[in-house]
Design a protein around this ligand. Structure first.
Ligand SMILES: NC(=O)NCCC[C@H](N)C(=O)O
Length: 405
């Protein structure tokens, strides 16, 4: 099985999604902020919206892989099961007595049920405690609203926890505590699932912070990496070293973005909709800048700039200029639609993308510019602040440059 991605827009062949499940039902007004959701989603409706998104992809010939299915299949491999179980049991929050109770609880679960616990977490009242099997001091002193294993509601945003560059997978290094455990799951899937045997890695979670939503494959050999609330300058430098050493890219544009929630990743303000066209938040289009990083002769990354992002990108991509489509017509509409992930489109092919239907102005702008938009509902999915690009991790795209050999 060859997985290969060298652009944002080559015809999409295979994508990894996560159908939201019981982990969303863990969200409450007490924990939604720390779990990075802006509201409490209606779980059933979020699932319907997600199923409709997946159906649109399948209807256009895209193979949809589900993270929970891959995880359950991965957990059938004894080494993977042992590793993922040890990881959650290794939490210093548990203490020895509660650790034994949780270990017993997990030991009886079949792979699918264990996958549920690893994604939805384990609530205080779900641990089997009795006079013969006491919870000990930690369990007794715990608030009943606390989790023994934290849920992962942001797994929905598969874009951030892994990414593919060429034929290599990068398992990222997530910055926010609420998301860190996600990469233990993606890492295990790529290392143990039979589908990925022989896959080489270009990044791993022990490295500096880097999130997939910050990485755009502008053209074969040219990456853009946002640096802001999530990805750090050190993460961008590390990725540059890794991709240059592996021969996966020759140029990386490092793009500073505001360190705030509305612009948490580069793909919240800019996505590609054609080989030479980006959809961009107009309030930043003229001010975004970029440092151009290339591999020096000694292998050390060499840094130039900053220069205006659009200029630097066009130069790196060997274009006269990069075509820009604005989201929204006036600043207020633009700000509203950016917040609702208007910029966060998923390209299925050049000039064909998926976008949230609510971003009426943005979608009209795209259509006027000759880009077909497949509108999907996202009133519930969007409560986690992510759109179609955030909710998808492409594993196969038709190459814009055929793979060497
Ligand atoms: N690439 C993206 O912009 N992903 C959206 C992630 C949303 C999630 N609630 C987060 O705060 O990390």
């Amino acid at each position: 099985m060859t997985h290969y991605v060298d652009s944002e827009v080559g015809r999409l062949g295979t994508v990894l999604l996560h159908r939201p499940g019981p982990e969303l039902a863990r969200l409450t007004p007490r924990n939604n902020d720390s779990l990075l959701f802006d509201a409490i989603p209606w779980v059933g409706r979020a699932q319907e919206e997600h199923d409709a998104f997946a159906a649109e992809l399948r209807g256009r010939g895209v193979e949809v892989l589900y993270l929970a299915t891959l995880l359950a299949e991965t957990l059938a491999v004894p080494e993977a099961r042992a590793e993922l179980t040890e990881q959650v049991l290794g939490s210093p929050r548990l203490g020895d007595t509660l650790r034994r109770r949780v270990a017993d609880h997990l030991a009886y679960l079949d792979p699918a049920a264990l996958a549920d616990v690893l994604t939805a977490g384990l609530a205080h009242e779900e641990v089997r405690i009795s006079a013969e099997r006491p919870g000990g001091l930690v369990w007794t002193m715990m608030d009943r609203h606390e989790f023994v294993i934290d849920p992962l509601p942001n797994l929905l945003f598969t874009r951030d926890s892994s990414l593919w560059i060429g034929d290599r997978v990068g398992v990222t290094s997530l910055a926010m505590p609420a998301r860190r455990r996600e990469t233990t799951l993606t890492d295990a899937i790529y290392r143990y699932h039979p589908r990925f045997v022989g896959t080489r890695a270009v990044y791993h979670p022990g490295l500096e912070h880097l999130e997939g939503g910050d990485v755009l494959l502008l053209a074969p050999g040219v990456l853009a990496v946002g640096v802001g609330e999530r990805t750090t300058p050190a993460g961008a430098e590390r990725l540059a070293r890794q991709v240059f050493a592996a021969g996966l890219a020759h140029t990386m544009l490092v793009v500073p973005i505001a360190q705030e929630r509305a612009t948490m990743h580069l793909d919240t303000v800019c996505t590609m909709v054609d080989v030479d066209t980006v959809l961009m938040y107009p309030n930043v289009a003229s001010t975004l800048s970029a440092y151009t990083v290339i591999a020096g002769p000694d292998g050390e990354p060499r840094v130039d700039g900053p220069a205006p992002f659009l200029r630097a990108a066009a130069d790196a991509m060997d274009l006269d200029q990069l075509r820009v489509i604005d989201t929204g017509l006036d600043p207020v509409t633009a700000e509203r639609e950016q917040w609702d992930d208007g910029n966060n489109t998923l390209a299925l092919a050049p000039r064909l993308c998926v976008g949230y239907e609510r971003n009426v102005e943005t979608n009209a702008q795209l259509e006027r510019a000759g880009i077909e938009v497949i509108p999907i509902a996202g009133s519930e999915l969007g409560s986690g602040r992510g759109g179609p690009r955030c909710m998808s991790c492409p594993l196969v795209r038709e190459p814009l440059r055929p793979p060497a050999g």
